[in-house]
Design a protein around this ligand. Structure first.
Ligand code: SF4
Ligand code: SF4
Length: 188
């Protein structure tokens, strides 16, 4: 028995550091345990629940996003990837709007301030940016709907006057809306 032990010890000492002792022992990738921790959910109740919570969170966020676009009467905005390919419009936008995706996202969530800030009320709905959209979304229609909603919100006093004033001073309002916006700004 002691002899056997000595022989094994001698064999092990001959092996270079880090070598496998058994040739038929399967190779194991470094970090595999960590990987298993996240994949073997059946054995790990906590991870399984975390997984479920994460999936539930993602599903809720998705439902909220879709719901908002429908409620805000701009359902096409759901299909925007936020990939920003539409920024390629550049000087083909006659009024110099640089961030069309910002307008789409603000239309999806009815964020009037963001829409104003990015020149949403300056858009003349020419459609030049549409061909740059990977989803070929009807951008002029999306922007037009949001313009009407923004004007409605302005009449209802939902947009801070300071924000409208800033957009007005920066020339971010087109001719179709400028008279009404000027009138709004003159109001006490
Ligand atoms: S539709 Fe509006 S944002 Fe698009 S290119 Fe024309 S003016 Fe610019
Ligand atoms: S290119 Fe189309 S899908 Fe991509 S961000 Fe612009 S509007 Fe959205």
């Amino acid at each position: 028995m002691t002899e056997d032990k000595d022989t094994k010890k001698d064999e092990q000492e001959d092996k270079p550091i880090g070598a496998r002792f058994e040739e038929d022992q399967p190779y194991v990738m470094p970090g595999i345990r960590r990987f298993q921790f996240f994949t073997n959910v059946n054995d790990r109740a906590l991870t399984k629940n975390l997984n479920r919570a994460a999936m539930l969170g993602i599903a809720s966020m998705l439902a909220i996003d879709v719901g908002k676009a429908v409620v805000n009467k701009n359902p096409q905005t759901i299909y925007c990837y936020e990939c920003r390919a539409c920024y390629g419009t550049q000087d083909k936008c006659p009024v110099g709007i640089a961030f069309q995706a910002e307008l789409v996202v603000s239309a999806r969530v009815a964020d009037y301030n963001r829409f104003l800030r990015n020149g949403g009320l300056k858009c003349i709905r020419c459609g030049n940016c549409q061909s740059f959209c990977v989803q070929y979304l009807n951008l002029p229609q999306i922007f037009g709907t949001m313009q009407l909603q923004t004007m409605e919100a302005l009449r209802e006093g939902k947009i801070p006057k300071s924000m409208v004033k800033k957009a007005f001073e920066k020339g971010l309002i087109n001719q179709a809306f400028i008279d009404e916006v000027a009138e709004f700004l003159e109001m006490p």
